[in-house]
Design a protein around this ligand. Structure first.
Ligand SMILES: Cc1cc2nc3c(=O)[nH]c(=O)nc-3n(C[C@H](O)[C@H](O)[C@H](O)COP(=O)(O)OP(=O)(O)OC[C@H]3O[C@@H](n4cnc5c(N)ncnc54)[C@H](O)[C@@H]3O)c2cc1C
Length: 224
């Protein structure tokens, strides 16, 4: 388990914020700790942070609060060991510390990309996770090699676009994109899952020819 950073902040007294809500006083101490060190540190100072040693993560709420004036961010929160998770969470923590409004943490459309050749990207729920969650799962698959761009690409065109839809709500809850530029194709799928764009609407979208992401249209047609 890698180390992560935790941020501790002294809340300023009332009236110590700037007109625009800017923090004008306070101390921020950023430390990198491994989980064992966090565990020891937290238990030593009596902070009411809930730890989950068996899973090696610090339990945080949707503002990344781990306890009184204690936030945890990154790998140690167990929400995905990715740079984009850590930076996403950091933005929420900063807003919370500054007392600014904003959306809470939402991992429904968490994207993951493995930079192998070909790239393998996925977002949201897998088929198994969706079934486990009681979703009325529908699956649609497209063979990247069979698309126009796959044909143009020739060697190295193997890949797949797989969509996981919730038939009751008519939206995508997850997707996988493996193949040439699989991580980039995932962008469109992440928008669909994050924005809960309906399958019907996605079917009526115009997909540029001859792109790899045009395979999404084939996978939508295959949804059953
Ligand atoms: C080889 C590799 C490749 C990766 N590739 C990707 C990728 O392509 N895309 C992606 O999204 N994610 C990738 N990751 C994961 C990504 O790096 C982490 O998810 C991300 O860095 C987590 O941020 P963090 O702040 O939780 O921890 P870290 O970035 O690990 O930051 C923790 C910091 O604390 C410091 N530290 C540790 N112990 C102490 C201590 N006792 N005192 C003071 N400082 C300490 C460390 O030196 C480090 O700077 C990769 C990870 C690895 C190892």
């Amino acid at each position: 388990m890698g180390a992560t950073a935790a941020c501790r902040w002294s809340r300023p007294a009332a009236g110590q914020r700037g007109a625009a809500g800017r923090l004008v006083h306070g101390t921020i101490r950023v430390s990198g700790w491994n989980v064992a060190q966090v565990n020891q540190n937290v238990s030593m100072n009596g902070t009411a942070s809930r730890l989950w040693p068996a899973r090696h993560r610090i339990v945080v709420d949707d503002r990344l609060r781990a306890g009184e004036r204690l936030w945890a961010v990154g790998d140690v929160t167990g929400h995905g060991a990715f740079t984009h998770v850590a930076t996403y969470q950091a933005g929420i923590i900063v807003r919370d510390i500054l007392g600014q409004d904003g959306l809470m943490a939402d991992y429904r459309a968490l994207p993951r990309v493995t930079f192998t050749d070909p790239e393998v990207g996925s977002v949201g729920l897998t088929q198994a996770q969706a079934r486990e969650a009681g979703v009325a799962v529908r699956v649609g698959v497209a063979d990247v090699a069979s698309t126009a761009r796959g044909w143009i690409h020739k060697a190295g065109n193997a890949g797949v676009i797989k969509l996981i839809a919730d038939a009751d709500r008519g939206v995508l809850v997850g997707a996988t994109s493996a193949g040439p530029n699989g991580g980039e194709v995932l962008g469109a799928l992440a928008v669909a899952v994050h924005g809960e764009v309906t399958v019907e609407r996605l079917r009526h979208m115009i997909y540029a020819y001859p792109t790899f992401h045009r395979g999404i249209e084939d996978a939508l047609r295959d949804l059953s």
